[in-house]
Design a protein around this ligand. Structure first.
Ligand SMILES: [Zn+2]
Length: 87
């Protein structure tokens, strides 16, 4: 299930991130740009189901961490298939 950053002070909800780290990074950028590095009271990282009404799954774009995770997964699958075929 994806994660999103929520800032109650400005009512901002981030796009969805596959990993908690992406949402935390979004929050870190948001705090620095919008709040001078201060922590808004009540900000949180939410773990949301894919099919929730507030879900914005179609606006998801992979972060650098997501891309690395996907690349490693693809590599392991390809390596596993290759290993099965050649042994
Ligand atoms: Zn904010």
């Amino acid at each position: 299930m994806p994660y999103m950053y929520n800032c109650p002070r400005c009512g901002t909800t981030s796009r969805l991130y596959m990993g908690r780290y992406g949402a935390q990074e979004h929050g870190r950028r948001h705090r620095r740009i919008r709040h001078g590095g201060d922590f808004p009271t009540g900000e949180r990282i939410e773990h949301v189901p894919w099919r929730s009404p507030s879900s914005r799954a179609f606006s998801w774009r992979p972060t650098k961490g997501d891309a690395i995770a996907i690349a490693v997964t693809v590599f392991l699958v390809v390596w596993g298939v290759w290993h099965q075929v050649t042994t």
